[in-house]
Design a protein around this ligand. Structure first.
Ligand code: ZN
Length: 137
């Protein structure tokens, strides 16, 4: 597994992007992820990327996170080679999953979240990149 990105929950995407821009970091890609009801922006840096997440509506899980905890780090994402096999392996090992099966995430990836109770309070996202993009990022 290797670091894919660090997810950060934000209330205002443009405002947050300008804050990162002041650090010399720029968004490479923005998109709406229907399954998670968020708009995301990816900001690459050496060895990884930030993923800023802004909820599309008040019922979005990220909106609930913001209401409870405010802006800040939301999750860590790790790249895996075969996400279906990885999810089955974790479930067989008794690891509590939020997603019982992989689903479509940003950039055409497949993703599955591990429950934070299994990882010391950190929300971990597994990501499988589309074929041929394995070394991106
Ligand atoms: Zn993510």
């Amino acid at each position: 597994m290797k670091l894919d990105h660090i997810g950060v929950a934000v209330k205002d995407l443009d405002k947050s992007l300008s804050a990162y821009q002041a650090l010399g970091l720029r968004a490479a890609h923005r998109e709406h992820v229907a399954g998670d009801r968020v708009e995301v922006a990816f900001i690459p840096f050496e060895g990884g990327r930030f993923e800023l997440l802004k909820p599309d509506d008040e019922e979005s899980p990220v909106a609930k996170f913001l209401q409870k905890r405010g802006e800040g780090m939301h999750h860590l994402a790790l790249t895996v080679g075969d996400i279906h096999a990885e999810v089955e392996r974790l479930k067989a090992g008794g690891v509590r999953m939020i997603d019982q099966a992989p689903r479509v995430g940003a950039e055409g990836t497949l993703v599955a979240f591990i429950h934070p109770s299994a990882t010391g309070g950190v929300l971990v996202e597994l990501v499988e990149r589309p074929q041929g993009e394995a070394d991106r990022g």
